[in-house]
Design a protein around this ligand. Sequence first.
Ligand SMILES: Cc1cc2nc3c(=O)[nH]c(=O)nc-3n(C[C@H](O)[C@H](O)[C@H](O)COP(=O)(O)OP(=O)(O)OC[C@H]3O[C@@H](n4cnc5c(N)ncnc54)[C@H](O)[C@@H]3O)c2cc1C
Length: 387
Amino acid sequence: MTGVQPLINSVVRQPFDICIVGAGIMGLALARHLSAHWPKASVLVLEQNAGTGQETSSRNSEVIHAGLYYPPGSLKARLCVRGNALLYDYCARHDIPHQRIGKLIVAQPGEEAALDQLQTSAQACGVESLTPMSHQDMTRLEPHLQASAALWSPDTGIIDSHALMHRLQHEAELNGALVATNSRLLRADCQGPGIFDVDVEATGEEAPFRLRSRMLINCAGLSANQVAASIGGIDQSLIPALHLVKGHYFALSGRSPFRHLIYPVPDSRHRGLGIHATLDMAGQCRFGPDIEPVSSVDYRVDESRRATFAEAIRTYYPALDETRLQTAYAGIRPRLGSAYADFMIQDEYVHGCPGLIQLFGIESPGLTASLALAELVTLKLQDQAPL
Ligand SMILES: Cc1cc2nc3c(=O)[nH]c(=O)nc-3n(C[C@H](O)[C@H](O)[C@H](O)COP(=O)(O)OP(=O)(O)OC[C@H]3O[C@@H](n4cnc5c(N)ncnc54)[C@H](O)[C@@H]3O)c2cc1C
């Protein structure tokens, strides 16, 4: 067996019931959920890279968000709150490294009102656990922290996102799903309700090959709009403009000054959450992400950003030794507008093509929301249930 085409032809009957484009956290969560929900369905995941989860899903803060920042009633708010609960439960059941370490959102003099607004908005989203913390308690908890006021979010945590994706893929494969790496969707055609012809270019194959699927799910992250543009038979004017917004990270060498996550109040221009301090599962502290609109995907981290990072970090950590900041990595958000633009899920009621689901703008809190998003997409496909 030399390539993906013979593998696909020999292992699974065609047509496929479900073809998922993209094996980031979303594609893998969907493959796991759909293959468990419809055990008889044949599920194929196409991933253009040599491995799964190599793009945005492995270039983020690895924070399990509590759902504090999003407009009440938005998909981001609802799926984050639901996803938070599902994710903690899933991690506990499958031994995925994670810690519910909690986070402090801290205000500097003059910013205190923003914390009140945040708490009110979080309550409207169903997050009741957010509480103001006294200055004394804050200093006891984090002696190196400088702030005039703080909110405590006990339900925010950290996760090993690679272990999570590995487990989701493993479960999907145990359920019979086929994850084909080195396999890029070139184009697809909606031939009629529940009939998609998909052209795939696979490494090692001399020519692209065609497969057929009854459902097609576009969760191609940064390329979701390109994939959408390559689907014939649907109204192309529905494809939203997607802006690439890069976020860089710097790691702090040596011992972390903090034991919890530290976030400044969100950027008032709705651009992001501000350069915050997170911890990875090994306890290393890292700062980021910042905000840089870009026109292409380039993950390099420029040393020259150190001074800007240091200035932002010193607002809440004045003792920072700038020489300990080391360039770490960068991720790119597929943004539909401001940071608070909602996730976009297009189903047949939007584009009129039964069996097609397109996900756009799955930026933060996409990791946290992934299991809840998979539930929702499954619900939207209910009418297409395989026999
Ligand atoms: C800087 C940053 C920080 C973040 N921090 C957090 C956080 O702390 N907590 C949180 O909950 N969320 C966070 N997020 C959001 C989270 O990382 C994303 O929402 C999530 O990873 C999106 O997953 P995805 O599967 O949609 O996209 P991706 O991981 O990008 O996966 C898409 C996949 O599709 C593949 N693909 C594309 N085109 C094709 C094609 N034509 N054929 C086949 N395959 C294709 C790609 O190769 C890729 O593997 C952050 C995001 C960023 C950028």
